[in-house]
Write a protein that binds this ligand. Sequence first.
Ligand code: KG4
Ligand code: ZN
Length: 334
Amino acid sequence: MPVIILAIESSCDDTSAAVIRDGQVLSNCVSTQEMHRLYGGVVPEVASRAHQVNIIPVVEATLDNAGVSKKDINAVAFTRGPGLLGSLLVGTSFAKAFALSYDIPLIEVNHMQAHVLAHFAEAPFPDFPFLCLTVSGGHTQIIRVDDHLEMTIIGETLDDAAGEAFDKAGKMLGLGYPAGAQIDKLAQTGIARFPFPEPAVPGLNFSFSGLKTAILYFLRDQMAQNPDFITTNLPDICASIQHTIVTILLKKLRKATRQTGIRTVALAGGVSANSGLRKALESYGAREGWETFVPRFEFCTDNAAMIGITGYYKYLRNEFCDQDAAPYARGFTS
Ligand code: KG4
Ligand code: ZN
């Protein structure tokens, strides 16, 4: 009998549902809430209400795509945290109601662990142990992965996430939200000729708040001398910001590989779409003898397929949860 899991993700501003059969992704539907662009960031109350509107159509669409009917589902996996509580509540309540009505088990999934297990959505899969750099709008972590469900955070940001650094820099430059992809595009025709300081953070942790302040002061000083500074130098400014963020990430990753002796290196999260980061990973990797893995973009950004894959490995270990499992905003547990 195959194991068919319905997975639900609603931790931030994407409503997603997926169907996973025996660990393989049959379908993965995502409804992205575009309205947050208007506000320059995710508005929690708006996100929560949009999840309520989207969740049933998204689940129906993913079941249709997979060619699976509701009564074929063996378990429901859902993101319990971390994330926005109002958003998490929608997915959690839906998953509980579904499990209750079909009398099937419920599996709670940690969103950060799921980002790592997105590497098992499609072959080739990394061998254990590997290191995963998870970089998105909300997270920046280096995780040591010893098995599907055995992982340890060995480095993380002390303040802003890498994607947040891109987004905040974009705001200062007058770009829309989220700005990462636009900075990436502009950087491709620019030269990284403006030096920004790299933070001196001990160990494998990161900090991006100093960079944000450095960019703010740099732009303020330059604009005082030349009010057109941003418009006339935009590609070079973007290239410089991107170069600095990528260098910070890659240097810590190199430090992590040297400290752990692990040379299988994986990338996860929305920022892994960044062309500068991908190129740098390739060239550092070639120099350092790393085997590198980057999932398709669909599996890098928030998606329910990764929740379903994690749910599958938990199902195999009989790790189910009760109806009283409440969402949590912060934390990483396995
Ligand atoms: O994983 P994700 O879709 O959502 C979460 O934050 O969980 O990541 C979104 C982040 C945003 O900060 C966005 O600016 C960034 O990923 N991003 C990029 C690129 N594409 C998306 N950052 C740099 N370069 C890109 N090409
Ligand atoms: Zn995420």
